[in-house]
Design a protein around this ligand. Structure first.
Ligand SMILES: [Zn+2]
Length: 202
């Protein structure tokens, strides 16, 4: 095929791009910034089971991490431990991490099944993990705000209904994850209500 035959396709692509940058994307979507794996010096993953995420499930990491602590080092440590001989995982267990300061980090490929230490099957679950132990400390405001944004972002980007959002303990009797302080925002309906507000913004 001669290159000139591509022009209609290129024109259509340009038009599509122009449309999506001319106000149809809400400002909160543009504000979501995901720090790539290269920032936390991720090792390459091992090939693993693929899936299509159809629900969003929230965890806490479960060990202490304060706003002033180094989240990058923590995530790298989670990968080293998870891919080590104790666990033999393909990568970090979660698709995204949210630090106490609200920064969002890329975890494993969203099209690979996550990992768990408990009895539920994470196939089909998009896993978001809040760093820290939210059974012992209140959820920092910035972390909670980023979690709401990230649930809305994943719902829109990956076409997963936000109503599917739940937590690890909703699927497993073996854990209190995501911790009592974070769980309270699911129990009282706050998370779904705030996510819905973002998704309904004009
Ligand atoms: Zn969990």
């Amino acid at each position: 095929m001669r290159s000139s035959n591509y022009w209609p396709l290129i024109t259509m692509l340009c038009m599509a791009m122009a449309c999506s940058s001319s106000g149809k994307i809400q400002s909160w979507m543009r504000d979501v910034s995901i720090i790539p794996r290269s920032e936390w010096k991720a090792n390459d993953p091992i090939p693993y089971l693929r899936h299509e995420p159809v629900r969003i499930t929230v965890h806490h990491e479960g060990t202490k991490l304060l706003v002033t602590d180094d989240a990058v080092r923590k995530i790298k440590g989670i990968q080293t431990w998870g891919m080590g001989k104790d666990r033999n995982w393909a990568d970090v267990p979660y698709h995204f991490f949210i630090a106490p300061d609200g920064k969002i980090y890329e975890g494993r490929n969203i099209n690979t099944v996550g990992e768990t230490n408990t009895e539920y099957n994470p196939k089909g679950h998009l896993l978001i993990c809040c760093l820290g132990n939210l059974n012992e400390v209140e959820v920092p405001e910035a972390q909670l705000a980023s979690l709401v944004k990230m649930i809305a972002y994943c719902s829109r980007t990956y076409k997963i209904p936000y109503e599917t959002v739940a937590t690890h303990r909703d699927y497993s009797k073996q854990t209190t994850c995501p911790g009592k302080y974070l769980y309270s925002y699911f129990e009282n309906g706050y998370i779904k209500q705030e996510v819905r507000k973002l998704l309904e913004q004009k």
